[in-house]
Design a protein around this ligand. Structure first.
Ligand SMILES: Nc1ncnc2c1ncn2[C@@H]1O[C@H](COP(=O)(O)OP(=O)(O)OP(=O)(O)O)[C@@H](O)[C@H]1O
Ligand SMILES: [Mg+2]
Length: 212
């Protein structure tokens, strides 16, 4: 059996400023998820440097990587992964409990920020996909991350719902001064970004500011 080395990322050089909203585009297999996972310290690059607010991000040490992630990173996925037996509000309260302390007032405020004032006592199965994704966004904001990462977070939504979710996300991240990196296949989402980075075969092929 021969083993082949796949370079999922190759010579990536990115400097991200606080408050930027970056959309990461690229064909399937170009390395988008791998890059997000490296940024989240879910994965370790084999070489190179990665610093966050001037500090080296821990590498190869599961506990330190987890605490880096807990302190700094929010992650939203294509599938919302809400707990079905808990209400919308309880889904947020649970995350608060796991990451330091329950704060109902703040949980309600976050749900209001994503436009879900009337849904807080419903169960995930009783709200729409777009509403569920907004719960997932509120949940990722509950631990006050500095950086929010999204992997195809609108991938499961129709275009009108995607727009609504993106508008809510932009508003919430501006209000909370959160930097965003979002992977998508949807070029039209560039209008919600301040910067668009394109990957191909593990390399950055373009990196442009967006004039909104
Ligand atoms: N666990 C793994 N083991 C080996 N190779 C992997 C693994 N995960 C990803 N790869 C390879 O790394 C490269 C980048 O994959 P990645 O998942 O980052 O792509 P992507 O841009 O997110 O694609 P998609 O749009 O399909 O989600 C691909 O060549 C892929 O085959
Ligand atoms: Mg991917």
């Amino acid at each position: 059996m021969t083993s082949e080395t796949v370079k999922a990322l190759d010579g990536i050089d990115l400097n991200i400023e606080k408050g930027e909203r970056i959309i990461l585009l690229g064909p399937s297999g170009s390395g988008k998820t791998t890059l997000l996972n490296c940024v989240a310290a879910l994965d370790n690059p084999t070489d190179g440097n990665y610093s966050f607010e001037g500090e080296d991000v821990p590498r190869g040490h599961a506990e330190k990587m987890t605490s880096f992630r807990r302190e700094n990173i929010g992650y939203v996925f294509q599938f919302f992964n809400l707990l079905q037996d808990l209400t919308v509000l309880e889904n947020i309260l649970l995350i608060q409990e796991l990451s330091g302390g329950r704060d109902k007032e703040r949980a309600v405020e976050l749900l209001s920020l994503v436009g879900l004032d009337d849904e807080i006592d419903r169960f995930p199965a009783e709200i729409s996909g777009g509403q569920q994704q907004r719960v997932a966004i509120a949940r990722s904001l509950a631990k006050s991350p500095k950086l929010l990462l999204g992997d195809e977070l609108t991938g499961n939504l129709d275009s009108a719902t995607s727009s609504k979710v993106m508008e809510v996300l932009v508003k919430a991240c501006e209000a909370e001064e959160i930097t965003v990196i979002m992977v998508t296949h949807d070029e039209t989402l560039a209008k919600y970004a301040t910067r668009v980075v394109r990957l191909d075969s593990g390399k950055i092929i373009s990196d442009e500011k967006v004039n909104n």
